[in-house]
Design a protein around this ligand. Structure first.
Ligand SMILES: C[S@@+](CC[C@H](N)C(=O)[O-])C[C@H]1O[C@@H](n2cnc3c(N)ncnc32)[C@H](O)[C@@H]1O
Ligand code: SF4
Length: 403
């Protein structure tokens, strides 16, 4: 329809929050009681910097308000308090952050509110207070159910404390997820199967087993470089990945993403699904990443990593951003491919046009014949074999079309 001078012009209805794309909120709390030798997240040793921590919590609230001015009234689906160790937050600060997010962005249903927690007795003792503060899903960093492994991983809790924390969490929160780390040196697939089975009996609805990654710049990275120990070879690690799938499938946990298994659809992490589906998310707190559609352009943002720099950024600009990059259509499509292929639901082929990929593309046919991908109702999905070699599959697809 073209507008002629006689066409009555009516104002467009104001978008309702439910029409706008949903938004998730990630809050990064960087402090940890001690720094684990494998971890390369943006973390700071907690030395009781009370005043700076109070300022940081205040800056996070201001940053949320700054983001709300940019996003408008979007439907809030999830708040995720991650870290670092957000279970070290005073519960009343967590309540203020959750309350700010849920007041700023309207909701039209229950919002998933996740807290990452370390399983020490001290933290488990505050789970009820976190539940009262609005947390309804706990992600517990169990990491291992083996004393020697916990010592090797530099953890500050025992197996008994971990199990106790899981029991307390199960009673305090409607939803519980457990993080575990496997492919530790000397670990056999059989020992891992037994440990994983024990974890499935702790009453969690969601389990995230991560393969130990040796990161540069960590104590483990230095130890491996010096030859102090070697991680399992790729074949053993692959066998442990296969063990993970077998044990968890047999126990009713579906691998809805490469490292995330849930007992039924309702148990899936709505927050992580927002990442994998390419939805917008706000990231606040030191070093937090965000993805926002600003004036129709997918934009990657990252907050200043050091707490002092983050405080300064928020003071000066009402946003903690240190970096902001408008993604090209190709970059955004690459990200969609990378994220989508990790999941059972895959990614809509229509979203991959900027990569030169469409039905009938020779590369899709080639990888399909190799049994690594399949097309289902216009969606591109990695098969179980494809998920084993996902780096190769995504590399081949991103370089296929020339785009
Ligand atoms: C950022 S940590 C926060 C959780 C919490 N502070 C804790 O340690 O329990 C999130 C999860 O990432 C996993 N993780 C961190 N570094 C890892 C590494 N190098 N290899 C494998 N998993 C890792 C751990 O399972 C951890 O629970
Ligand atoms: S694994 Fe958790 S507790 Fe350990 S340093 Fe990383 S964020 Fe902190």
């Amino acid at each position: 329809m073209t507008l002629s001078p006689r066409t009555p012009v009516r104002p467009l209805p104001r978008p309702r929050s439910s029409d706008a794309p949903p938004v998730a909120v990630y809050v990064h709390w960087p402090y940890c009681a001690r720094i684990c030798p494998y971890c390369d997240f943006n973390v700071v040793r907690d030395r009781g910097q009370g005043e700076q921590q109070a300022l940081l919590a205040g800056a996070i609230l201001a940053d949320l308000q700054g983001h709300r001015s940019l996003t408008g009234p979007r439907r809030l689906v999830s708040v995720y308090l991650g870290g670092g160790t957000p279970s070290l937050l005073p519960p009343e600060w967590a309540e203020a952050i959750i309350g700010m997010a849920t007041n700023l962005w309207p909701t039209d249903g229950p919002v998933e509110v996740t807290l990452e927690a370390n399983p020490t007795d001290a933290e488990a003792g505050r789970f009820a207070a976190f539940a009262a503060a609005g947390v309804n899903r706990l992600s517990l960093g169990l990491q291992a159910l083996d004393e020697e492994a916990l010592r090797f991983l530099g953890r500050n809790h025992t197996v008994k404390e971990g199990v106790r924390a899981a029991m307390i969490a199960r009673a305090a929160f409607p939803r519980l997820s457990l993080d575990l780390i496997y492919a530790r040196p000397g670990q056999t697939p059989w020992a891992w199967a037994a440990e994983l089975e024990a974890a499935t009996s702790l009453g969690a609805e969601h389990i995230s087993p991560y393969q130990l990654t040796i990161e540069d710049g960590t104590a483990f990275g230095r130890a491996v470089r010096r030859g102090q120990w070697t991680p399992p070879d790729p074949d053993t690690a692959a066998a442990m990945f296969a063990t993970t799938q077998e044990v968890l499938t047999a126990r009713g946990f579906e691998a809805y993403e490469v490292s995330n298994h849930a007992r039924g659809e309702g148990a899936r992490s709505r927050h992580n699904l927002a990442y994998w589906r390419g939805h917008d998310y706000v990231g606040v707190g030191p070093g937090a990443h965000g993805r926002l559609t600003l004036n129709g352009v997918r934009t990657a943002v990252r907050a200043a990593a050091r707490p002092a720099d983050y405080l300064r950024e928020v003071r000066e600009s009402e946003l903690g951003w240190a970096e902001r990059e408008a993604l090209s259509e190709r970059q955004a499509a690459e990200e969609r491919l990378l994220m989508g292929l990790r999941t059972l639901e895959g990614v809509a082929l229509a979203e991959l046009r900027p990569l030169g990929l469409e039905r009938g593309s020779p590369k899709l046919a080639e990888l399909g014949e190799a049994g690594l991908i399949r097309l289902d109702d216009g969606r591109l999905i990695a098969t179980a074999d494809g998920r084993l070699v996902l780096d190769r599959v995504t590399l081949e697809l991103t370089t296929a079309g020339g785009g």
